[in-house]
Write a protein that binds this ligand. Sequence first.
Ligand code: GUN
Length: 294
Amino acid sequence: MSAKILDGRVIADELRAQVAVEAAQISAKLGRKPGLVAVLVGDDPASQAYVKSKGKATIDAGMASFEHRLPEGTSEQELLALIAKLNADDTVDGILVQLPLPGQIDTARVIEAIDPAKDVDGFHPMNAGRLATGLPSLVPGTPMGCIIMAKKAHASLAGLDAVVVGRSNIVGKPLAQLLIAESATVTVAHSKTKDLKEVCRRADLLCVAIGKTEFVKGDWIKPGATVIDVGINRVPGPDGKNKLVGDVAYEEAAKVAAWITPVPGGVGRMTVACLLVNTLRAAAARAGLEAPKI
Ligand code: GUN
């Protein structure tokens, strides 16, 4: 058997095209474009690349993109002062602080300082709590992307045995909440889970976000399962340049699974597209407009 590919490029492009249509309509009603601000502290190359691609995608979708690049040594006070300014700026609908932050800054305090109505990453405890209690909220982009991809393979996720490997606030925990809301039977596994291989083998839908290169092997996968690989790991390639690989051993897994996301070109593409969806939702909600139809 060879798995069918859930192509993040195609699915994300479709979503981005829908975002562009809705963005034009909202812009006409607001009299300005929905605006997304990315804040980057320090010069981590991967974070710089993410922020750049988010900025380009925002502009391509017909929205306004603003960037604040602060030096590595920025204090927590300075960052909090910038966030207060962005919270008060009416042209800003979404605020994204790229993570990780340098060690002198308390990440939780920064996230809590963002106006929950502008929290397009969905990391604020208010949004996390609303998601957990089934209230409308801004939902983190990566897990939202995982659900959209899983639904390309399954008309409904109800009743599926879903296993999430990883328990981060960015992916694992919100993904588990979204899967519960879809009526899947959800297990959250992690590095301390006993018999992790056997737990994974029970999954109809296996979502892996553990941040370890090719951690999940082919014989950890139930034949016919859907595999969503959230990992983006940089490893040296044969040409000496870094290449991207997932948390799942792709070649082996693709022989067993029915559906699989590649790396690159899988979930990573969806994260940015979902961030744009959240910016639209935030812009509409803040202006008291009807929610966008995506
Ligand atoms: N770092 C890794 N993933 C993310 C994300 O989705 N949002 C932000 N802000 N930082 C990240």
